[in-house]
Design a protein around this ligand. Structure first.
Ligand code: NDP
Ligand code: 2IT
Length: 464
């Protein structure tokens, strides 16, 4: 085992190789989960030397194994009267520091590997928020795109008719993620309430009239920009005049744009699965309103942006290229806010080559392992997902607190608390990196700070 955590992560010590060999043999078809696990194991290797009780308690061996995972059938009837079936999941990964907490993703690519990577990352992200939340994730391989509201409702009802027996306000509290927004949360909450005859906080991201929190929709995007602002401040800089790339055009992307604009930056790109737009004049508040209407009310395509605003260009997605040209646009900052592994090694090199020196990850694991190393080795301000996008789940934690108190906090109060939590996460990352001799490395900082709290709780609670 080596003691420094600064060696290039992917070179891998013998300790990491041995551990990953065993984990790979046990989970051979789960590349995303193995990617997420390798990153954490590499970061926390140095902690094992300082805290031998972690090795004695086989904390690493236990922490990579979900406490519980369910897979279930979700049958539903489409508008044509045909019977359809999808696969639903919930991974209850770790409850050492609180009830399982994490989103639900509805997307055709959903599988066990993707949900295990998301659930695993959620454990450390939730720990960083300082709130009492364990980690979980779930979802289904259902594609809400092109479905009527009635079809989505019937799917959500069927999904909840199984999920309800596994969740509870002190057990497991799901929320949204890709493909699950306020509409889906509403349909699932309604079904839970009907089945159990209880009005309780079993989902976060609820509407304001039925137990939701102000700022929850904004929280992930705002938090990601607050984290970036704290990284910039370490160099005495602000967002004023900065050109930013944002990918995606869903919940996280939208409020990332809003906050960058508030702080004086300019956003020149957005995307969806069909391609990306470039708007050199910037996506200002009026254009952002239009995008929100397009995406949230009409469920339209980002391609329409270039028809609405003729100065903008649309570029279709081109999977035959080895890179995404969106990441070659000249800019200062990048906010990947769509999906996992959307920045590969070539994209990372292109970003650096075109001036980007800050990357703050709104999406979960948007950078491949090599892309991540490229950013760390270049010494840029690189805020990894589990730190940078923790604002969403933090405000979910506030929603749980408000529901328990049967009180609502004001918008300013929630936003102020979010700001404090993002700064605390930034400080935890900086301090942990410094303590382990890798100053400025937010990847190691986030992994170590998130891990230690969970590991200590696991040791205290015995071998369970
Ligand atoms: P939404 O469903 O609101 O938006 C997702 C966006 O990403 C859409 O523009 C979508 O395009 C695009 N996208 C999704 N999958 C792909 C893909 N395979 N290829 C290209 N584009 C894709 O989801 P969110 O904004 O909530 O989530 C975005 C990311 O942020 C995810 O990684 C999620 O895990 C993460 N996240 C979300 C949080 C939240 O609170 N919502 C909290 C923390 C992280 P299209 O519509 O064409 O599919
Ligand atoms: O990835 C995430 O942190 C989320 N999708 C939000 C989880 C939550 O419980 O609010």
């Amino acid at each position: 085992m080596t003691t420094t955590c600064c060696t290039s992560a992917r070179a891998g010590s013998q300790f990491v190789k041995d551990f990953m060999g065993t984990l790979t043999a046990a989970n051979p078809h789960e590349p995303e989960f193995l990617q997420a696990a390798q990153e954490v194991v590499t970061s926390v290797e140095a902690v094992m030397e300082k805290k031998p009780q972690y090795l004695q308690g086989n904390i690493l061996g236990r922490i990579v194994e979900p406490e519980r995972a369910f897979q279930f059938r979700v049958p539903w009837v489409n508008d044509a009267g045909e019977v359809k079936v999808n696969r639903g999941y919930r991974i209850e990964f770790n409850s050492a520091i609180g009830p399982y907490k994490g989103g639900l993703r509805f997307h055709p690519t959903v599988n066990l590997s993707i949900l295990k990577f998301l659930g695993f990352e959620q454990v450390f992200k939730n720990s960083l928020t300082t709130l009492p939340m364990g980690g979980g994730k779930g979802g289904a391989d259902f594609n809400p795109k092109g479905k009527s509201d009635g079809e989505v409702m019937r799917f959500c009802q069927s999904f909840m008719s199984e999920l309800f027996r596994h969740i509870g306000p002190d057990t497991d509290v799901p929320a949204g993620d890709i493909g699950v927004g306020s509409r889906e949360i509403g349909y699932m909450f309604g079904e839970y309430k009907k089945i159990t005859n209880t009005f309780v906080g079993i989902l976060t991201g609820r509407g304001l009239e039925w137990g939701g929190s102000l700022i929850r929709p904004e929280a992930t995007g705002y938090g990601c920009v607050y984290f970036a602002a704290d990284m910039l401040a370490t160099r005495g800089e602000t967002f004023e005049g900065k050109t930013c790339l944002v990918s995606g055009s869903g919940n996280v992307a939208q409020y990332t744009v809003e906050k960058i604009n508030d702080l004086g930056g300019k956003v020149v790109t957005l995307s969806d699965s069909g391609g990306w737009i470039f708007d050199g004049d910037g996506v200002d508040a009026e254009k952002l309103d239009w995008v929100m209407h397009l995406k949230n009310n009409h469920r339209g395509r980002i391609e329409e942006y270039a028809q609405q605003f003729p100065n903008a260009e649309f570029h279709s997605r081109n999977d035959s290229l080895d890179h995404n040209p969106m990441w070659s646009v000249k800019a200062d900052c990048a906010f990947p806010s769509a999906t996992q592994n959307e920045i590969n090694a070539v994209d990372a090199t292109n970003l650096l080559g075109n001036g980007v020196y800050l990357v703050s990850e709104g999406a979960n694991m948007p950078s491949t392992a090599i892309a991540q190393d490229t950013f760390v080795d270049a010494g840029i301000l690189y805020g990894p997902a589990k730190a940078a996008n923790a604002g969403g789940v933090a405000v979910s934690g506030f929603e749980m607190a408000q529901a328990s108190q049967r009180l609502y906090w004001t918008r300013d109060e929630v936003d102020a608390r979010l700001r404090i939590i993002m700064s605390s996460i930034h400080t935890q990352c900086v301090d942990a990196a410094k303590e382990f001799g890798c100053e400025g490395n937010y990847v190691h900082g986030a992994n170590i700070a998130g891990f230690v709290k969970v590991a200590d709780a696991m040791i205290a609670q015995g071998i369970v």
